[in-house]
Design a protein around this ligand. Structure first.
Ligand code: GDP
Length: 613
């Protein structure tokens, strides 16, 4: 069978067989799987109207499109699946409790606090922590390790609740983006004097998307003008109907500042968990869970707060966390006390890892050091490969233009971080006011005060956003992460400079308009017949210049008789030339098109992008 071609490019042809590719694979990865030349795949994509380089990571749709064109079926393998397969090769299963029902024991709910900026998330987390230290564990130095556990009395029973103490939905989203489920219940904080705000809705949607039940904390009821009833009404529109109105969402009016009704809120969390979730885990197996926060400590090396999700983690266990591994040398709880073991839903700071894992990386305990090392190394290698393919492929202000032309983006997603809420708001509102035409929208996915963090980069990675740092810099591993993920982070200290740059990029982003520009005309004086090339037109160029490989149409008695031809051959005397100018003679070959006569006119043109005003 002859290999088919698209636009003259020979392409490999499959028999409908399935090719497995990692999410974010490049054309080179694809070509490798089917033993083809990457360049031929690039050419195919070009003919399909997409400009893609061989090593660039492409979307699932692009891979499908390309596969369809060549009669292959692609199966996109997500990073989570890949990892599952890796663990399976070591006979390890992650994410499932071992044994049957009889091995399961109740575990505390894990809660994330979300809501609009300034509605009191941080304050609430502080207040809860200060007032509800787990009995008998007070006395240590309170440590911020990224999560803490409190105890509360519900129906005369002590119940524990674990709080992830990075407020906001960023951490939550970051972990979800990695396929990790960290949270059982979300507390949605809404300030009663401010009501439902954009990030309230954002947070709500994140929780809903993750299938996490919500408890609403109507905060700041101590403030004059607070209207908790209004908040209930507003949230009804978003499907959160208060129990007292016949719905199934618990609303609790609180003041984080005055410590009002905090117990009721905790009770609501426990009751919601009991009503809608079956929170149990096997405490007896090898521990598994996720890393919540990690950093490099000068004295102690890599430290990581992990949340045990099942099993019990003990000192001396060998664990793998993302691409880090090691033996647990010591563990500290959220009060800074040394602990020997940690069961389900318990957060602990772990010492003894080889390097710093990322937030949302999963952890598991394995039998042998060697297994831990091998899994970690395989993950690191995979990560390196993925980075290599991904490098520089996300959108930056410079390549937005191309991205838009290729139809890859229609909106510019931004994440704005700044030193003060005033400047962030000023920058956001100026940017949102930029008017650059209808085709492109600016969307601010997130704004906040403080350094550019790993979770900002995560969000940017997940939604192809550009990060703007106004008078702030990247913190911790955020800059390496941005580099690794190819996220464009821009720093400014003058507002108008930021606006100017974004505006310029947006102008380039507008979809180009093309217009036809006539290049030259040539009159056919003679027709030569060549057995190899078909008919060759002997011409005199009448105006402009005729260039090789440009588009042409054929006119006879002033009428167009053929469109969309190409000047595929151009000669002067015996030489191939690239152009013939006005007043000169030469030979033109129109490819397969042979219907030419003396006195016909060949008019050549090209499509040019119209500049914007
Ligand atoms: P976040 O951005 O949601 O974390 O909000 P913060 O916890 O930083 O709170 C924003 C501001 O609101 C701070 O000045 C808090 O002290 C204040 N605040 C938080 N909760 C209450 C409250 O219940 N009553 C009053 N009056 N102020 C509060």
């Amino acid at each position: 069978m002859q290999a088919p071609s698209v636009g003259g490019v020979m392409l490999p042809r499959g028999n409908g067989q399935t090719v497995r590719l990692s999410r974010g694979a490049s054309l080179t990865d694809f070509a490798e799987k089917i033993n083809a030349n990457p360049a031929s795949l690039v050419a195919v994509m070009m003919n399909l109207g997409e400009m893609v380089t061989a090593t660039q990571s492409v979307s699932d749709e692009t891979l499908q499109l390309l596969a369809g064109e060549m009669n292959y079926v692609v199966e996109i393998v997500s990073p989570e699946e890949e990892d599952r397969e890796l663990l399976e090769s070591f006979d390890i299963e992650f994410g499932e409790d071992e044994g049957g029902e009889e091995f399961l024991a109740p575990r505390p709910p894990v809660v994330t606090v979300m809501g609009h900026v300034d509605h009191g998330k941080t304050r609430l987390l502080d207040t809860i922590r200060k007032t509800n230290v787990v009995a008998g564990e007070a006395g240590g130095i309170t440590q911020h390790i990224g999560a803490y556990q409190v105890a509360t009395q519900v129906n005369e029973e002590e119940r524990r609740i674990t709080f992830i103490d990075t407020p906001g939905h960023e951490a939550f989203t970051a972990m979800r983006a990695r396929g990790a489920k960290s949270t059982d219940i979300a507390i949605l904080v809404v300030a009663a004097n401010d009501g439902v705000m954009p990030q309230t809705i954002e947070a709500l949607n994140h929780a809903k998307a993750a299938g996490v039940p919500i408890v609403v904390a109507v905060n700041k009821i101590d403030v004059e003008g607070a209207d908790p009833t209004k908040v209930r009404g507003q949230l009804t529109e978003f499907g959160l109907v208060a129990e007292e109105y016949g719905g199934d969402t618990m609303f609790v009016d609180i003041s984080a500042k005055q410590g009002l009704n905090i117990e009721n809120l905790l009770e609501a969390v426990v009751l919601t968990a009991d009503a809608s979730l079956d929170l149990r885990a096997n405490p007896e197996q090898d521990a598994q869970g996720i890393a919540i926060e990690s950093h490099l400590d000068r004295g102690r090396g890599a430290v990581s707060t992990v949340l045990v999700q099942r099993g019990t983690l003990r000192i001396g266990d060998t664990m793998v966390v993302g691409d880090a591994y090691g033996r647990v040398r010591a563990m500290l709880d959220d009060n800074g006390n040394n602990v020997e073991e940690a069961g389900p839903s318990t957060p602990v700071l772990v010492l003894g890892l080889t390097n710093v894992p990322g937030a949302g990386d999963n952890f598991l305990v394995v039998d042998e050091d060697r297994t831990a090392r091998q899994i970690a190394e395989k993950r690191a290698a995979r990560e390196r490969n993925a980075n290599f393919a991904r490098r520089g492929v996300r959108f930056s202000l410079e390549n937005l233009d191309e991205a838009l032309k290729a139809g890859l983006v229609q909106e510019l997603n931004l994440i704005i971080k700044g030193d003060a809420s005033g400047s962030v708001e000023a920058l956001e509102s100026s940017l949102l006011q930029l008017d650059v035409g209808e085709e492109v929208d600016i969307r601010v996915l997130h704004r906040g005060v403080g350094a550019v963090t790993e979770s900002d980069i995560d969000l940017a990675t997940g939604s192809d956003a550009i990060v703007i740092g106004f008078n702030v810099r990247a913190a911790g591993r955020a800059s390496q992460m941005a580099e690794r993920e190819g996220v464009d982070v821009r720093y400014y200290s003058v507002i108008y400079q930021a606006i100017e740059e974004i505006e310029a990029a947006l102008k380039g982003m507008l979809k180009p308009e093309y217009e036809e520009v006539e290049l030259g005309t040539a009159e056919i004086r003679e027709v030569f017949r060549s057995s190899k090339l078909g008919n060759i037109a002997g011409v005199l160029v009448r105006s402009g210049e005729v260039k090789r490989n440009t588009k042409a149409r054929l006119l006879r008695d002033g009428k167009v008789i053929a469109e969309n031809l190409t000047i595929s051959g151009l000669r002067r005397f015996k030489d191939d030339v690239t152009e013939i100018r006005e007043g000169f003679e030469g030979g033109i070959n129109l490819g397969n098109f042979n219907d030419i006569k003396i006195d016909d006119v060949i008019a050549t043109y090209e499509m040019r992008e119209k500049p914007r005003g």
